[in-house]
Design a protein around this ligand. Structure first.
Ligand code: ATP
Ligand code: MG
Length: 989
């Protein structure tokens, strides 16, 4: 068969000139003298087919294969050989051209080996694959290099096996197996790596799942709790506030009553004291007057005795004989007595008249003063009640907004100087631009009432102060120990890029740098956006994690609750300070007015007392003056009658000489003195009467006051008890109210206002709802610490786990597939190998017998149990010999063994090309003859290139090439005739 059609060599070894060998026959002989370059042809073929071992090409490095120069030729720069094959029988199955040109080129300068198939640059491997298909490999018997024929017999069984592997075409399987194994190893490595990752994730997954479930449970419960609790809290707030309002007005009624009653008691006590004072002084006056009274009585008595003596003396001087004269004297005396009486009464009346006028004036003055003060008190009372209404109104308003409810903060600020370290409410420290006021008010109204403190130590003092004074509760922000949480990193970047983002609240509000921590604490996680839509979009993006508020004051709470709407008092920054100072002023005015009312009432009572006394005095005086006037009238009648009697008796008129006192009688003088003293006495008597009546009155009044006061005191005690009960209920309610506000703020980040605005679910069964809150709260407590991120983490890790797990499964399947491929390959290799060995064994006895002229041979497995690994031994029995060891064979015999195996192989698995470089050299001429003729049997299937010195071989060749070195060191090849060849050989001899 014609397979290799042409060799073109240039620069390879001794082929200095471009040399072409055209092969047109099946059996080609190559002849020529030693060293002419015959074996270089074999080398060229092997080199082109990508032989990598320099040694097997009889060199030590690639440079050795480039023409190295001669005495008159310089060395070549490169070596290039092209083999032209006939591929009509499709021996190179991967190349679909009829002619296949394979080229190898080595350039010294670049040190690069280039391979080409049909002019296309290919890789070394591609050439190696093609060589494998043609069977032209180092390990086969297809190329038997010079001097290697004995190798077959001498080789180790394992090396020998390779020949049969090649013949069986196992090489391609081996290659595939090797590739598959590499793939398998890689797959296995990959699998190990993925299994590591999977088991790593798998190890963490259960705890993460547990955490995630816990967090889910927590979320679920919190959500339920939120929906119930906010409703309940809102309901409670409403009830409590109503009740607080109710109780507050009750308390103010009680307090008002208590105040009035206390005032009354105080005033009556004062009145009582005043009376005690008064009565002690009047008591003194009474005793003085009594003394004076006694003295006057005494004097009157004395005067009367003296008067009687004088009268007696005067009477003794009167002539009693004349009855008329006597009578006239008596009448005159009576007349004068009466006239003294009359004048005394007139004096009295005149004096009293003057006194009464004076008293009347005084009375009028007191009355008008009394009325003035009364009016003044009325005005004061009106003002007080107006202010009280105002105050109550303010209080109500203050209580109706949750900001004012922070009694604790108010008290701390009020007593800042006592406590120390108080900086102020957050509200008082910040400056908020108009645009953000609503948003900040809505979201942080409550925390704006927190009190900023210099340090933790100060907070302790403030808390003690509040406790000691029962002064409410308050949130403190100690600057030295706050640890505010702020939004940072990737999360912050994402939020900042969100649509409608305006800022984080703590950065929108201005505060002095030293208080920034407090602001960060209160507002650090509150996001301000422009509109409701932006808010809902952002909330979803950040998984409802932070408080979001719009400029309009709509809010989205963590966990997703939404608060919206509008109220009047939405802006705490506009009105707060105003109402506060207002109510302080009112309180001060009220205190002042109360004091004034008491003072004026006291004055009024005093006046009343004075006026009453005046009236009594006046009444008494008027009675006396009436009496005196009657007396005057009587005395006047009497004097007229006496005067008339006297005129009748004497003819003289007594009334005419009443001017003259000088010749008045002694007794009349006494009478006059007596009358004067009696007047004085009566005056004292009147005064004493007045004093004693008023003393009696005082006693009555005092008794009355005592009675009244004891009643009032009992009432006061009762009122105080009632007020205390109301107060204690109030403070309990206020505490509960504050607790609710705290719960709303801490549990849900809600202000009261926000909570009231929320649309809460209606509660069907309140009792059940309250119990449920307790159950949920305790369940949440039982759940304990949770990691809300675990939900997302678990989701991600689970996805990763599933992904890797799937990969592991797929790769495991792939590995199994590769293993089964390897098993298939092994089976195929084993079958094919066995088949070849069996086939060769079947052909071997004949080939052996032909070449040896008898005898037999057999291939045997060194390890029949392991066909894939087994070595191949050969048992030979040359005619008449018994050989136990192949090494004992002669050189020629060894060659014959190798050749008989080669021919057996060619018989069962024909090779397209066999190159034999002096393989028959050791044979004797008879055996050469047999060998050469035997080859001819195979030429229809196999092309032979035979390098030979033997005539027997030459004679059987179809064509002969003569190899010479006409120019020293440079091979030249020409077709020659058999005779020329024989001549060449004979020359050698
Ligand atoms: P024999 O009959 O003894 O086997 P042969 O014809 O097979 O001889 P080869 O072995 O093919 O001879 O040729 C060897 C010759 O090739 C040597 O004389 C050597 O000088 C020459 N040769 C080998 N390599 C190179 C090279 N790189 N450059 C020049 N000449 C080389
Ligand atoms: Mg040679």
């Amino acid at each position: 068969m014609l397979f290799l059609r042409q060799i073109r060599a240039h620069g390879f070894k001794s082929f200095a000139d471009p040399t072409t060998l055209d092969f047109t026959h099946d059996m080609i002989g190559v002849v020529g003298p030693n060293g002419s370059g015959k074996s270089n042809i074999t080398d060229a073929i092997k080199w082109t087919l990508a032989e990598q071992s320099a040694k097997s090409l009889r060199g030590s490095k690639t440079d050795d294969f480039v023409f190295s120069g001669s005495s008159d030729r310089k060395a070549a720069d490169f070596a290039e050989v092209t083999l032209v094959f006939d591929n009509q029988k499709n021996i190179f199955s991967t190349v679909d051209t009829e002619i296949v040109e394979i080229t190898r080129k080595f350039v010294k300068k670049t040190r690069e080996n280039e391979y080409y198939i049909n002019g296309q640059r290919v890789k070394t491997r591609d050439i190696q694959d093609i060589a494998l298909e043609s069977g032209l490999t180092k390990s086969s018997l297809a190329i038997i290099s010079q001097g290697t024929i004995s190798n077959f017999a001498e080789a180790k069984p394992e090396a020998r096996r390779e020949i049969f592997d090649d013949a069986a075409g196992v090489a391609k399987y081996k290659k595939r197996k090797k590739e598959t194994l590499i793939k398998l190893i890689r797959t296995q490595e990959n699998l190990n790596r993925l299994e590591d990752i999977t088991s790593e994730i798998g190890r963490r997954l259960p705890s993460l799942e547990k955490q995630a479930k816990k967090a889910e449970l927590y979320k679920e419960k919190i959500k339920e709790l939120q929906s119930i609790e906010i409703s309940i809290l809102v309901k409670d707030i409403k009830t409590i506030k109503e009740r607080i309002q109710d109780l507050s007005s009750q308390r103010s009624v009680f307090q008002e009553k208590i105040k009035t009653l206390s005032n009354e008691i105080n005033l009556s006590q004062e009145e009582f004291d005043l009376m005690v004072n008064d009565s002690s002084s009047s008591e003194m006056e009474i005793s003085q007057l009594n003394n004076k009274f006694q003295e006057i009585i005494q004097r009157i008595g004395n005067l009367k005795v003296k008067k009687q003596e004088v009268e007696a003396r005067e009477a003794s001087k009167i002539d009693t004989k004349d009855a008329d004269e006597f009578k006239a004297i008596q009448i005159k005396k009576q007349f004068e007595e009466t006239r003294v009486q009359l004048s005394s009464e007139k004096d009295k009346a005149f004096r009293l008249e003057a006194q009464i006028n004076e008293l009347k004036e005084q009375y009028d003055y007191l009355s008008s003063k009394y009325n003035d003060i009364y009016d003044e008190i009325e005005t004061i009372r009106k003002n007080i009640s107006r202010i009280q209404i105002q105050k109550e109104h303010n209080e109500n308003q203050r209580q109706s907004t949750q900001y004012g409810a922070n009694q604790g903060a108010d008290n701390v600020i009020k007593h800042a100087s006592n406590i120390g370290g108080v900086v102020g409410t957050l509200l008082s420290l910040v400056k908020v631009e108009q645009a953000y006021q609503t948003a900040i008010s809505v979201v942080a109204g409550a925390s704006m009432n927190s009190v900023v403190m210099k340090s933790n130590v100060d907070v302790k003092k403030a808390v003690e102060f509040l406790k000691r004074n029962n002064a409410g509760r308050c949130t403190f922000l100690p600057l030295d120990s706050l640890n505010p949480s702020v939004i940072q990193g990737a999360q912050r970047a994402a939020i900042e890029n969100a649509r409608g983002f305006i800022g984080i609240a703590n950065e929108l509000v201005a505060i002095e740098a030293k208080y920034q921590t407090a602001l960060d604490y209160a507002l650090g996680t509150i996001i301000v956006v422009d509109t409701y839509d932006s808010a809902t979009a952002l909330a979803k993006n950040i998984n409802y994690r932070f408080n979001i508020v719009t400029l309009e004051g709509d809010r989205i709470l963590p966990h997703g609750a939404i608060v919206g709407g509008k109220t009047r008092s939405q802006n705490i920054f506009s009105s707060q300070s105003q109402t506060q100072s207002n109510s302080e002023e009112l309180e001060q005015t009220l205190v002042r007015l109360d004091a004034k009312e008491i003072e004026k009432t006291r004055e009024l009572n005093d006046l009343k007392l004075q006026r009453d006394q005046l009236r009594d005095n006046l009444n008494d005086n008027q009675a006396i003056i009436r009496n005196a006037k009657q007396n005057i009238e009587q005395y006047r009648v009497k004097t007229n009658e006496l005067s008339e009697d006297y005129r009748i008796l004497t003819g003289n008129d007594l009334l005419g000489n009443n001017q003259d006192d000088s010749n008045e009688s002694e007794s009349i003088k006494f009478s006059r003195q007596i009358a004067k003293l009696e007047n004085e006495r009566d005056e004292i008597q009147t005064r004493l009467n007045l004093l004693s009546t008023s003393r009696n009155k005082y006693v009555d009044r005092q008794r009355e006051l005592n009675e009244q006061n004891s009643g009032k005191r009992a009432e006061l005690d009762h009122l105080k008890d009632q007020s205390a009960a109301v107060s204690s209920e109030l403070s309990a309610l206020q505490e509960r109210y504050i607790a609710i506000l705290k719960r709303l703020a801490e549990g849900y980040g809600l202000t009261e206002e926000a909570a009231l605005e929320m649309e809460t679910d209606a509660i069907e069964n309140e009792q059940y709802a309250r119990e449920r809150i307790l159950v949920l709260a305790s369940e949440l407590k039982d759940i304990g610490n949770i990691n809300i991120d675990a939900i997302e983490e678990y989701k991600v890790e689970k996805e990763r786990f599933d992904y890797y797990d799937l990969q592991v499964k797929e790769i495991r399947e792939a590995a199994e597939k590769l293993q089964s491929i390897i098993m298939d390959i092994d089976i195929a290799m084993e079958t094919q190998f066995k088949k070849v060995v069996d086939d060769v064994n079947a052909a071997l006895p004949e080939a052996f017998a032909k070449l040896f002229g008898g005898g037999t041979a057999e291939l045997i497995y060194t390890d029949p149990e392991n066909i894939l690994e087994t070595g191949i031994d050969i048992k030979v029995n040359p005619p008449g010999k018994k050989i136990s060891n192949l090494n004992l064979l002669s050189g020629g015999e060894k060659s014959l063994v190798a050749l008989s195996v080669l021919f057996s192989i060619l018989k069962v698995r024909p090779l397209p090309l066999v190159i034999l470089d002096e393989a028959e050299a050791p044979l004797d001429p008879a055996n050469v003859e047999r060998f050469a003729r035997y080859i001819k049997l195979f030429t229809s299937e196999t092309q032979f290139i035979v390098v030979t010195h033997r005539e027997g071989t030459m004679e059987n060749c179809d064509i002969l090439f003569g190899v010479t070195m006409e120019t020293k060191g440079i091979t030249k090849i020409v077709k020659i005739k058999l005779v020329d060849a024989k001549e060449m050989v004979s020359k050698e001899d």
